[in-house]
Design a protein around this ligand. Structure first.
Ligand code: SF4
Length: 334
């Protein structure tokens, strides 16, 4: 192999956050910290000063809190690989889903339940996961934590962190926040829950969800649409996770049609693991499980639209992937 090709190959093999200069990284950190003066990291645009202790909808301050981290085999096979993803479960959320499986940490946690971490402590978590053999750093519900994540990654890369970064997101993120993480994140593991505003408002207390999420997905695809694999693991790209809600699976089909119409032919993960936990019992129409037949009919629908890479969970997944964050290992069954 000639020197130029070797250089290109090495560049491709490097995670994105190792390719940007210190100067660029520090500018992003500065900008992210400034945004916290009047927070607009997600489209709620609460405008609170998180640097001075004010809190918005997500209830997060300047620094971050992590409820649990470990190598984790509950993600898609190209994310987990043999050893597992290095999952970091952040506290809080920008949505308020009545059926949230992580409700103990996303909505129920109170001030003081989890330690507020310094940048160095967050960097240590990333480095520990690498030492544990994780094939990437899988940031779960990261949007309110972007400033702290940037600071932690900057410290961790100085100390040898060199695995890809997965942004495992509900996709409810502002363009400003997406700009901060472009060229930092390697893989977007992006959720699409609803196609209609009526449902997003009713079940997640969020207005204009379909439009903002669809725009964010277009941006994520533009930034990381081309898939690069290293061995059997995804090193760069996007995966769309499409939630199937009971009696509302047609929402998922409309979302798939939106992706196809916009030629966003990324790998698709059909989520059949819905379990009517938390406040779902207050909504009889979604207080149910998804049937295996309905899961398979959505998979066929996706195939007909032209999607080639499709994962789907069988109906038993609703028991396996239900975490309990009061336990030392919330994912005992995975
Ligand atoms: S990240 Fe949190 S504080 Fe900032 S706009 Fe979103 S919900 Fe509000």
């Amino acid at each position: 192999m000639n020197r130029r090709l070797l250089k290109i190959r090495k560049q491709l093999a490097k995670p994105a956050f190792l390719k940007i200069s210190d100067e660029d990284f520090l500018k992003r950190i500065e900008k992210a910290d400034e945004i916290l003066n009047s927070c607009s990291l997600c489209p709620r645009k609460c405008g609170v000063n998180r640097n001075e202790g004010q809190i918005g909808f997500c209830r997060q301050g300047r620094n971050t809190s992590v409820s649990y981290y470990s190598v984790h085999k509950g993600e898609e096979p190209v994310i987990c690989g043999g050893n597992g993803a290095g999952a970091v479960f952040f506290v809080g959320c920008t949505l308020s889903c009545v059926f949230c499986q992580n409700y103990q940490i996303s909505q129920q946690s109170k001030k003081g339940d989890f330690k507020i971490l310094t940048d160095t402590e967050l960097a240590d978590i990333f480095l520990n996961l690498q030492k544990m053999g994780a094939c990437n750093i899988d940031l779960v519900s990261p949007v309110p934590h972007i400033p702290a994540i940037l600071r932690g990654l900057f410290e961790a890369r100085k100390l040898g962190l060199n695995i890809p970064i997965v942004f495992n997101t509900n996709s409810y993120i502002s363009e400003t926040a997406l700009d901060l993480i472009s060229d930092i994140v390697d893989i977007y593991l992006l959720d699409m829950k609803y196609f209609s505003e009526e449902n997003s408002l009713k079940y997640s207390k969020v207005k204009s969800y379909p439009e903002t999420v669809q725009n964010a997905v277009k941006s994520m695809f533009k930034s990381r649409g081309d898939l690069i694999y290293k061995d059997d693991l995804l090193a760069k790209g996007c995966i769309a996770r499409i939630l199937l809600l009971p009696n509302k699976a047609e929402e998922a089909e409309k979302t798939l049609s939106f992706l196809a119409e916009n030629e966003i032919f990324i790998p698709i993960s059909i989520m059949g693991q819905y379990n009517p936990v938390f406040n779902a019992s207050k909504y009889p129409e979604i207080c149910d499980f998804i049937s295996q037949d309905r899961i398979e009919s959505v998979v066929k629908f996706a195939e007909k639209l032209g999607f080639l890479d499709i994962w789907y969970q069988n109906v038993e997944a609703n028991k396996i992937y239900l975490p309990d964050f009061t336990k030392a290992n919330p994912f005992e069954n995975v």
